[in-house]
Design a protein. Structure first.
Length: 267
């Protein structure tokens, strides 16, 4: 492992445009379950996955009813409350790399806003964020605090509406069957086409179209692809990644960053 950490640090220092891709695994050490790991939500409860597929069609069919269900607490929430979750050493390590000017963007599948809380600024939330609302028509995002949901419900004015174009708002989270918001998708593909190093942390890389990003980078050639994950993934097995550092992101990412600092001093 020490050899691989050294190898990753050297590759990162040599890169000129590094980006990070993250998934649910980077947040398990913050107490948020992943979906497909050994203790994942879907692994333990396959019916929860089936329920999750219903949310987007329910919203498009009847946004008012969808909001009533959310506000009444009847809506199924596979992750539970994330209010008290805090970023861990893995999130902070990526912020450190960004501050060093090495990491140019972090593209996450996570909806928990922990990269934002840790201080990542060049952040693309591919599957949206639980802490925002989004207009499906013009993609404007809003802080939910802008709306008084109780009042809207009492006055029979649900769903909340976009302040730009008056269309119904939904959670920014991208549900199954829902297209990835065009603005985020375009920027993410552009990053995958520009990077010369991709650091992939805590994702099974089983969810598309996100899982296309490493494949796009691999097809270009000349891009170093490094994985940090608790177990081998499809990217490992298919040879998409150059190598895997197997273990916890909260331990391995800070160890890489410490060595990056040392290597930069020596060079
Ligand atoms: P996934 O559940 O499919 O895979 C997570 C991977 O991370 C697994 O391979 C697991 O073994 C590994 N892992 C778990 N803990 C780890 C740790 N401490 N260190 C290193 N590796 C670890 O997750 P995914 O690929 O992100 O796909 C799940 C989808 O569900 C995503 O689209 C995401 O939007 C959503 N999701 C988000 C959250 C969140 O926001 N925190 C949590 C669960 C699911």
């Amino acid at each position: 492992m020490v050899d691989l950490i050294e190898r990753a640090a050297r590759d990162i220092v040599r890169s000129s445009y590094a980006i990070a891709l993250t998934g649910a695994g980077i947040s398990t050490e913050s107490g948020i379950a992943d979906f497909r790991g050994p203790s994942g939500v879907w692994t333990k409860n396959p019916e929860a996955e089936a329920q999750a597929y219903r949310s987007y069609p329910e919203f498009t069919r009847d946004p008012k009813r969808w909001w009533e269900k959310q506000l009444s607490g009847q809506a199924h929430d596979p992750l539970g409350s994330l209010e008290h979750a805090r970023p861990n050493a893995g999130h902070h390590a990526l912020v450190d790399l960004e501050k060093m000017g090495i990491l140019k963007a972090t593209i996450t599948q996570n909806i928990d806003a922990l990269h934002e809380k840790a201080g990542s600024t060049h952040l693309l939330e591919f599957h949206g964020s639980r802490s925002k609302l989004r207009c499906l028509s013009c993609n404007t995002r809003f802080n939910p605090n802008v709306f008084d949901f109780q009042k809207l419900q009492q006055e029979d004015r649900l769903p909340p509406r976009c302040l730009e174009c008056n269309q119904p708002l939904k959670s920014d989270v991208v549900y199954f069957g829902e297209p990835i918001p065009a603005d985020v998708a375009e920027k993410s593909y552009a990053e995958a086409l520009q990077c010369d190093l991709m650091l992939i942390a805590g994702t099974s890389a089983a969810v598309y179209p996100f899982a296309n990003l490493p494949r796009i980078a691999r097809e270009r050639g000349g891009v170093k692809i490094i994985e940090v994950n608790a177990e081998p993934t499809l990217l490992t097995k298919e040879g998409i990644s150059d190598y895997l550092l197997q273990g916890k992101t909260g331990e391995i990412l800070p160890a890489i960053v410490d060595l990056v600092r040392e290597v930069r001093v020596v060079n």
